[in-house]
Design a protein around this ligand. Structure first.
Ligand code: AMP
Ligand code: GLY
Length: 428
């Protein structure tokens, strides 16, 4: 099978690495890729990443399956255009991707099918939003309706913060078009976990894995949100019973609701959940693999990842639960100093060394320059450790991370702390 991966981050490297293990793979391409992806896939010299360019490439290279990593091309309609060209592609259509690209759409869909989530209101007028905000209990969460790179949710504990958030979105346009409409929602308390479920667009679903990511830049979950500084999988509290419950109360009604709305969902449904005292409630849906979560999930997959994704893309998912190895995995992100703000790039990376059975390094922002691998983004590498326990996996990730060097390397040293706290005193 000839496969094409769209994207160039750690998630796409993990997908390329996983797909490369399939005996069914004949040839793997990726675009735009990065220095690590280039080790397991060919990066074609395309003039850019416009959808038309990617369609022409896939047609010309006789690609059997295209796998889309990031949300932006999904929102731009890449699946619709590939399908129109008769090409098989994994991911939701533009209409179905609204589950991620419009928070108002997702909230309204959840409300219409009774999926447990936070109470909310949708506004494009400041006064109406302010009125809602001042008649509901703080804290409230103000969210830009559209895609905002993970930075579009503002937690407002005081009226002053609420006013500032609404002003930034609805008046000053600080969030661009994404913030022209806002969702204001109830603040949910609990532990955040994610469940990744493959859907084939015709009712078939297959649970991939649970994971927990560490979004804040600072240890102890402090400082600004990032794309994610680390993740681990599986999450101990997400046991089979909870997975069943989430499938029945969240995933199945959502997929039915999408089909009824004329936008059947195929691809990866990533449910961001808050485990509240009243049970799991949805914080958000994403319509793609998570990054860095995928870097902690793919090394655990025992099935043929390529065939699973192909089955989801063609409406024939065979099983309900992906076979995973017994291994646990934790991914620690090595980022550039200054991230998620201003960073410098172009620093040489040394010490990556070879992968082994306890660790693997996935590249995010890297490129090859004058024969050297150099930094090329905020998140530079994801170092995934594996082991019989999360503790062992974390240990292996940090051992490997210590050996890697580049100027301005930063990392969080407490990835998976919640799980480690939980397992204190037990064997986990
Ligand atoms: P989102 O952009 O919806 O993923 O939100 C980003 C982050 O803000 C989430 O991962 C949560 O940590 C936090 N958050 C979002 N919505 C809520 C909520 N209703 N209650 C508590 N925290 C939230
Ligand atoms: N790690 C969060 C995300 O992929 O959206």
């Amino acid at each position: 099978m000839r496969v094409f991966i769209v994207g160039g981050g750690g998630r796409e490297h993990a997908l390329a690495w996983g797909v490369s293990r399939s005996p069914r793979l004949d040839k793997l391409y990726a675009y735009p890729g990065n220095a690590g992806i280039a080790e397991c896939a060919e990066i074609p010299p395309l003039p850019g990443d416009e959808i038309g360019t990617l369609v022409d490439f896939a047609r010309g290279a006789a690609i059997d399956l295209t796998i889309v990593g990031p949300e932006a091309p999904l929102d731009a309609g890449i699946v619709d255009e590939f399908s129109r060209a008769g090409l098989t592609i994994f991911g939701p259509t533009q209409a179905a991707a609204r589950l991620e690209s419009s928070k108002a759409f997702a909230k309204q869909l959840m409300a219409s099918v009774g999926v447990p989530s936070a109470q909310f209101g949708v506004f494009d007028d400041f006064n109406a939003a302010w009125n809602y905000g001042t008649t509901h209990r703080l804290p409230l969460v103000v969210k830009a309706d559209g895609l905002a790179g993970g930075k579009g949710a503002l937690i407002c504990e005081t009226p002053a913060k609420l006013e500032k958030a609404l002003d930034a979105m609805l008046h000053t346009g600080a969030f661009g078009l994404a913030g022209k409409t806002v969702v204001i929602e109830e603040f949910l308390q609990g532990e955040e976990v994610s469940l990744f479920v493959l859907a084939d667009g015709s009712g078939g679903t297959c649970v991939l894995a649970s994971a927990q990511d560490y979004k804040r830049i600072g240890e102890g979950d402090t400082g600004p949100n990032t794309g994610g500084m680390g993740a681990y999988s599986p999450v101990g509290v997400v046991n089979d019973e909870l997975v069943e419950h989430v499938m029945r109360s969240v995933v199945e009604p959502t997929l039915k609701g999408m089909a009824a709305a004329g936008a059947p969902f195929a691809g990866m449904l990533y449910a961001g959940l808050m485990l509240t005292q009243d049970g799991p409630r949805v914080i958000e849906f994403n319509c793609r693999f998570g990054d860095p979560e995928t870097q902690a999930i793919v090394p655990r997959v025992a099935d043929d990842l390529l065939m699973l994704i192909y089955a989801a893309a063609t409406g024939h998912l065979p099983v309900r639960q992906v076979n995973l190895t017994k291994k646990k995995a934790a991914c620690v992100v090595l980022a550039s100093e200054g991230y998620p703000g201003r960073i410098q790039t172009g620093h040489e990376i040394t010490g990556i060394g070879p992968d082994d059975y306890v660790s693997v390094v996935f590249h995010s922002g890297t490129k090859v320059s004058e024969g050297k691998t150099v930094t090329d983004g905020g998140r530079v590498l994801g170092v995934t450790g594996m082991g019989a326990t999360i503790r062992a996996a974390v240990h292996n990730a940090y051992m490997r991370a210590e050996r890697i060097h580049f100027k301005g390397k930063i990392l969080r040293r407490d990835i998976a702390w919640r799980e480690l706290d939980r397992s204190k005193g037990s064997s986990g």
